[in-house]
Design a binder for this molecule. Structure first.
Ligand SMILES: [Zn+2]
Length: 375
């Protein structure tokens, strides 16, 4: 079994690789000198964790990696022939948050996927930015999330254009204006929540405040970092040009929280198919019934052979307790082996999300289960 965190990482890797991005792993320990060069040491303030190593060098724990990646690419790319380039990593980031809350939503260390694009010109950046934007939509959709994207202020990253991916959820700290009618959304401005509902530019609907969790952010950085850190290349005419950059982040651990926030009911979590830690759980209603226990064991072995991640609940507990636990942990498909369906020569399948019950004959069970689990 892979944890849901690993499953989300796998989805992200697939979608990043499909854009042609290459994975690497950058150091978490960074020389503070790079942050002096970019001018962001002061900007980061107390959020960045700094210390001296035993040789007295100033070090920081990376809250983000624009400086380090620009330094790396500066050393290894010299010609336009080596561009474009998209690099990404999945790594722990560190931020000394004053008020950490909600476990993984805002914590002092968290896992992020961060990608960086390097291009010869603005047209190249526009293309890669769009490719990343589309990849983010696919990632969030595969994670079973409803989300919105809004134009955002580039803030401390700098650059010309940026967009945030927001997941609506009650615990979300970021409030956006949202139009139910057409889906238009924009960030909350200084007018604040007290302002009157404002009409939407594209339709007659009223904008209303909506609590959201920010899960992704994409930026067109332009040449801010390549200028500051000397990330230049020789163009086809032999002139030195600064690389045109973009950066793209997704909060991986935060996505887990967002998925649970949007996918639950009073019984427990409802894992979307691709993230469910186990895809299926076989519940044996009465383990003293040898015939049904054998049938369950045999199905369990067959599913494992087919590489289905499956859990077998053969505890000597009441059926009600087992159903409750299966609902609570939210495994995508419940397979129920019991007397009633057994007498009819089959078993019962139940989807956690819709509670839909499907009776299936024993000889067709394997095929049907695999069908339901295909993504
Ligand atoms: Zn509207």
């Amino acid at each position: 079994m892979k944890t849901k965190l690993k499953k989300i990482e796998a989805i992200i890797r697939q979608e990043m690789d499909s854009t042609g991005a290459q994975e690497l792993l950058l150091p978490a320990l960074q020389p503070l000198e790079l942050w002096h060069k970019s001018g962001r040491d002061d900007l980061m303030g107390e959020v960045m964790i700094r210390f001296n190593d035993r040789r007295g060098r100033q070090i920081c724990l990376g809250p983000t990696h624009e400086e380090v990646i620009t330094e790396l690419v500066r050393e290894s790319v010299s010609s336009y022939k080596q561009l474009p380039l998209i690099l990404y990593q999945i790594q722990t980031k560190f931020r000394d948050e004053l008020r950490p809350r909600f476990g993984v939503v805002r914590s002092c260390e968290f896992i992020m996927k961060d990608a960086y694009s390097f291009d010869r010109d603005q047209a190249g950046l526009d293309k890669n930015y769009q490719a990343m934007f589309e990849a983010y939509k696919r990632i969030l959709t595969r994670c079973g999330l409803r989300f919105l994207s809004i134009q955002a202020d580039p803030g401390v990253m700098g650059g010309s254009e940026s967009a945030e991916f927001m997941v609506p959820g009650e615990s979300g700290e970021d409030v956006v204006w949202y139009c139910k009618n057409c889906g238009f959304a924009k960030g909350l401005t200084e007018e604040g929540l007290s302002s009157k509902q404002i009409p939407c530019p594209s339709c007659k609907g009223k904008m209303e405040p909506l609590n959201t969790i920010e899960v992704g952010h994409v930026f067109k950085l332009g040449t801010k970092y390549s200028q500051a850190l000397g990330g230049r290349f020789l163009d086809e005419h032999g002139n030195l040009q600064p690389m045109v950059m973009g950066c793209y982040g997704i909060g991986v651990s935060r996505l887990v929280a967002a998925v649970i926030e949007q996918n639950n009911d009073k019984e427990g979590i409802i894992w979307p198919k691709e993230i469910s830690p186990y895809k299926a759980v076989i519940t044996v209603l009465d383990v003293t019934d040898k015939e049904n226990l054998d049938a369950a064991n045999s199905l369990y072995e067959s599913l494992k052979k087919e590489r289905v991640e499956v859990l077998l609940d053969d505890r000597d507990e009441r059926a009600g307790v087992k159903f409750k636990d299966a609902d609570l942990i939210g495994i995508y498909l419940q397979i129920i082996v019991g007397k009633a369906s057994g007498a009819k020569g089959g078993l019962e399948l139940r989807l956690r999300s819709s509670k839909e019950k499907i009776f299936v004959k024993k000889e067709e069970a394997l095929k049907k289960i695999k069908e339901l689990l295909v993504v």
